[in-house]
Design a binder for this molecule. Structure first.
Ligand code: COA
Length: 180
C-alpha cells in the first residue's frame, strides 16, 4: 500500500460515503458465500450503518489517502448486529462485569481487502472495550467474516439463520473471544 491506513472515529458527515463503501464491500466480498438474492435482501433488511455507534463514538472510519477504505466498530449496547433499518434492536447499555462488548459492522472496500485493515479496526475496538472494563467480545459473523475473526482468536458458538423477506434465509455465525 503506498499510503498507510489512518483510523479515526467516524462522524455523521462520513455516513453517505460509508454507506456506499458498505454496499460495495458486501456485493463484492460476499459473492462466494451468499447468492445475489440473499445479498440484495440482506442489504435491505440487515447490513447497514448503525447511527447509534457513530453517536456513541465507537465506530471507526479508515482512510487511505483521501479514500474511504473501511468502517467498523464496537458497542457498549445490546444490539448484536444490523444497521438502523434492522429489526430487533436494543439500545440498552451492557454491563462490562457480566456482558460481552459487541463487535459491529466491519466492512472493507474490496480495493483494500487483505491488507490488515479489519485487523487494525479490531485492535482499536478491543483496546477501547478493554478500557471500559469489558473482558469479552461477541459478534455475529457473516460467512466471509468467519476466517477473519477466527484468525483474530474468536471462536464460533453456533450458527444463526436470519429469515429474509423473500422467504429465504441467510446464515451467520455467532462468535466470542476473551480479552485482557
Ligand atoms: C471480512 C472482512 C471485513 C475482512 O477484512 P480485511 O481487511 O480483508 O481483513 P484483514 O486483511 O485484516 O485479514 C486478516 C486475516 O484474516 C484472514 N482473512 C481475512 N479475509 C479472508 C478471506 N477472504 N479468506 C481467508 N482468510 C481471510 C486471514 O488470515 C488474514 O490474514 P492474511 O491476509 O495475512 O492471510 C472483509 O472481507 C469484508 O469487508 N467482507 C464483506 C463484509 C463482511 O462480511 N463483513 C463482516 C461482517 S461480520
Amino acid at each position: 500500500m503506498s499510503e498507510e491506513p489512518i483510523l479515526r472515529l467516524a462522524t455523521l458527515a462520513d455516513r453517505p460515503a460509508l454507506e456506499t463503501l458498505l454496499e460495495r464491500s458486501v456485493r463484492s466480498l460476499s459473492r462466494d458465500h451468499y447468492s445475489p438474492g440473499q445479498i440484495d435482501a440482506a442489504l435491505k433488511a440487515i447490513f447497514g450503518i448503525d447511527g447509534t455507534l457513530i453517536a456513541d463514538g465507537t465506530y471507526f472510519a479508515v482512510l487511505v489517502g483521501d479514500q474511504y477504505a473501511a468502517c467498523g466498530g464496537w458497542s457498549r449496547r445490546r444490539t448484536l448486529f444490523g444497521g438502523d433499518q434492522a429489526a430487533g434492536r436494543s439500545a440498552d447499555l451492557l454491563d462490562p462485569a457480566t456482558d460481552a462488548a459487541k463487535i459491529r459492522a466491519f466492512f472493507v472496500d474490496p480495493a483494500f481487502a487483505r491488507r490488515g485493515i479489519a485487523s487494525l479496526m479490531m485492535r482499536a475496538a478491543e483496546q477501547a472495550a478493554l478500557a471500559e472494563g469489558f473482558t469479552s467480545l461477541e459478534l455475529m459473523a457473516t460467512l466471509p467474516g468467519v476466517p477473519l475473526y477466527t484468525a483474530l482468536g474468536f471462536i464460533a458458538t453456533g450458527t444463526h439463520d436470519v429469515h429474509l423477506a423473500d422467504g429465504s434465509t441467510i446464515p451467520f455465525v455467532p462468535m466470542r473471544k476473551q480479552i485482557g
